[in-house]
Design a protein around this ligand. Structure first.
Ligand code: SPV
Ligand code: MG
Length: 675
């Protein structure tokens, strides 16, 4: 049996869709053309010989068919006068290759479910597809049935007629009769009529029967509206065996219309698996998810069109792509620019490595989506949400990366700065409100002179414009009674942790070490302070972290370890070990000893002097929190000083403007509008 596909038509009614390709190459779904569907089904049914009549863009059609279906034997017959003739003439041109065989005659713009083709191939007699469930179409083919047989096919018949589609199986003997009639018509100049006009003159000599598809899809695509309808049912057209595997990744916890749309688009392309990003992966490049991972898995699994959900551990798709090898990855087109560009490129490269492809749909970011996102940021900034998040992050990630902030502006930098590195997007996890920077920003020494009221003011400024968790530098904690009170306030307003150092009296900044007089508190006294602080807490979220100054004050490793044990026993939720050495050796040594006896209590470091150590190395030594305690103020000061000097040196600000300053247009948009 040979297939004959008629593709000489211009497809004028398809408008712009056929301006650079034949109608059969219009995509029903990205990368899935009408011809692709037809040839796939034919190949699956074991049909090897395919005759295609061509007209416009014949070369394009030929190479597309040969490239995509290398195992089929194609014969292409071009109708050069396709503009002035109908397919009756194209068939006549192909006469020689169509003789003496059973023929499957298919119009090039016909889409159908695979079972329709299977059934017509299996039919014992010559058959034409009809559908008795459809009303009679005004302008499309109908078949007149007399005594159970086809008596005529055309658009003009209404009596005894059923809706018909130009998909025929013609046994050799019936086809010979029709083909002769076709050739006769053409020889006498009737080249612009339907081939069915020729058939209708010989139906008394043929035995063609209707094959009722009873509502299954079998339809011609004549115009963009037909195409749109066809897209809605394209899932059916593929058939299970031919279904592509499709993969999308979801990191969102607010599912809106845009997501449903992209899921349904993706599901139309095939069997859809959704990679749900873990909380850890999401929090690495976006705001922290409000809905936890397990919940999100369940919700997404129940969305229509989703066949399966799997876990994706990272923003980098590579691992899952190599594991599941989806044919198609679907994404919104928003990641073509911005920090996700490289991740997209990596996806493309990985897909290319095994023959998959990326399909991008327009990204919907409408006002409602924006408002929902704004709202979730507000929720994240609420005291109880923000406070609890540090402990959650500690469970998810090692180490947590924390940046100093001393006002709203530096808070925004800690909140919003993102970079892409090695296929991952990196951002800070939390903020450190340093006593050094809070004091320095006010032009004051770091000696607990800036009182708690003022510190709370700074915290509030930062909280107003950010959502990330806050760790406050509590200096020595002051008097135990005052400390307890302060801790309660911090807990109530949504701070996640306080770090207090085991010094007493007039505290000075640790980086002075023993160059200035500093006194370390007794273990007993400091433990009492920790206990008092803990006793006043209302939640399990707030952490009191004990900071050991033994290495700063050169009291030795044994003292540091002894204190660590005592502070943990007193209830400390974490230990900060500080050093002002350039080498990290003593810090690493402390970590080694501490971790050998305590696996869980979070360890905090402030690598101001041992600045060569990366976060990854700290993690290897058991560190949980790395605080960059003063870099923003230290970089801002010289920049501002240079600007001041440049103005003075030039007695005008033009040079400072160009050398030192960001444009006014940028500073005006740096701060988001109030909503
Ligand atoms: C601070 O940032 O204020 C600190 C850390 O306490 S350090 O300055 O290194 O002592
Ligand atoms: Mg400090």
């Amino acid at each position: 049996m040979k297939a004959l596909i008629l593709n000489s038509g211009i497809g004028k009614r398809m408008g712009a869709l056929t301006q650079d390709k034949p109608k059969c190459m219009v995509e029903v779904q990205p990368s899935i053309t009408v011809l692709y569907l037809q040839l796939t089904h034919l190949e699956n049914e074991g049909i090897k010989d395919v005759v295609i009549t061509t007209g416009p863009y014949s070369k394009l059609l030929e190479s597309y068919a040969r490239e995509n279906f290398p195992d089929l034997n194609f014969t292409f017959v071009k109708n050069d006068v396709y503009k002035d003739t109908n397919y009756i003439y194209s068939i006549a041109l192909a006469e020689d290759v169509l003789r003496d065989d059973d023929i499957l005659l298919i119009h090039g713009d016909l889409v159908f479910e695979p079972t329709v083709l299977r059934d017509i191939i299996k039919a014992e007699d010559s058959s034409i597809v009809v559908d008795t469930t459809l009303p009679l179409p005004q302008k499309d083919f109908k078949a007149v049935i007399k005594d159970g047989k086809v008596a005529a096919v055309g658009i003009e018949f209404f009596d005894d007629a059923v809706a018909a589609q130009p998909l025929y199986k013609l046994k050799k003997e019936d086809w010979a009769v029709w083909l002769d009639a076709i050739v006769d018509f053409c020889n006498r100049g009737d080249r612009s009529v339907y081939a069915e006009n020729a058939l209708n003159t010989v139906t008394d000599k043929t035995n063609i029967y209707p094959l009722d598809v009873k509502g299954r899809v079998c339809a011609e695509i004549d115009n963009p509206e037909d195409l749109e309808n066809c897209r809605k049912v394209s899932g059916k057209l593929l058939g299970d065996k031919d279904k592509k595997s499709v993969y999308i990744v979801m990191s969102t916890d607010i599912i809106h219309n845009g997501h449903i749309k992209i899921i349904s688009n993706a599901a139309e392309l095939g069997e859809l698996t959704v990679g749900v990003m873990t909380d850890e992966a999401v929090s690495q490049y976006k705001r922290f998810p409000l809905v936890p991972f397990e919940e999100r898995m369940k919700i997404i699994n129940n969305i229509k069109g989703v066949s399966k959900v799997v876990k994706q551990d990272s923003i980098d798709y590579t691992e899952n792509l190599l594991k599941y090898k989806p044919d198609i990855v679907v994404h919104g087109d928003d990641w073509k620019t911005g920090p996700q560009q490289n991740i997209r490129q990596k996806v493309i490269d990985t897909l290319v490595s095994y023959g998959g492809k990326l399909v991008e749909f327009p990204y919907t970011n409408d006002a409602t989506t924006e408002a929902l996102e704004q709202n979730s940021r507000k929720v994240l900034a609420m005291p109880e949400r923000r406070r609890a998040r540090l402990k959650k992050l500690l469970e998810l990630k090692k180490p947590i990366s924390v940046l100093e902030a001393h006002n709203g502006l530096t808070g925004l930098i800690a909140e919003n700065t993102k970079v892409e590195r090695d296929g991952a997007i990196r951002q800070f996890d939390a903020m450190w409100i340093s006593s050094l920077c809070d004091s320095t920003a006010k032009g004051k020494p770091d000696i607990e002179l800036v009182d708690s009221t003022s510190r709370l003011r700074t915290i509030d400024d930062i909280m107003e414009v950010t959502t990330k968790p806050i760790i406050i530098d509590g200096d020595t904690g002051g008097l135990t009674e005052h400390f307890q009170f302060f801790v309660k306030t911090l807990e109530r307003i949504g701070v996640s942790a306080i770090i207090i150092e085991d010094k007493t009296g007039l505290k000075k900044n640790s980086l002075f070490g023993n160059e200035v007089a500093q006194t370390q508190d007794s273990i007993e006294n400091f433990c009492d302070k920790i206990k008092a602080g803990k006793a006043g807490l209302m939640t399990k979220d707030f952490m009191i972290i004990a900071r050991i100054e033994s290495l700063i004050l050169e009291q030795g490793m044994d003292d540091a370890i002894e204190r660590a044990r005592a502070y943990v026993d007193a209830g400390a939720d974490g230990i900060m070990i500080h050093s002002r050495k350039k080498s990290p050796d003593e810090i690493f040594e402390f970590c080694r000893i501490f971790r050998s006896e305590n696996k869980d209590t979070p360890l905090v470091v402030v690598p101001t002097t041992f600045n060569m150590v990366t976060e990854e190395e700290f993690a290897e030594h058991g560190v949980n929190i790395v605080i960059y305690a003063n870099q923003l103020i230290r970089s801002a000061f010289p920049a501002m000083q240079k600007t001041a000097e440049t103005i003075l040196a030039n007695s005008r600000c033009m040079e400072a403007d160009s050398e030192c300053c960001m444009p006014i247009s940028e500073i005006l948009t740096l701060i988001p509008d109030a909503d």
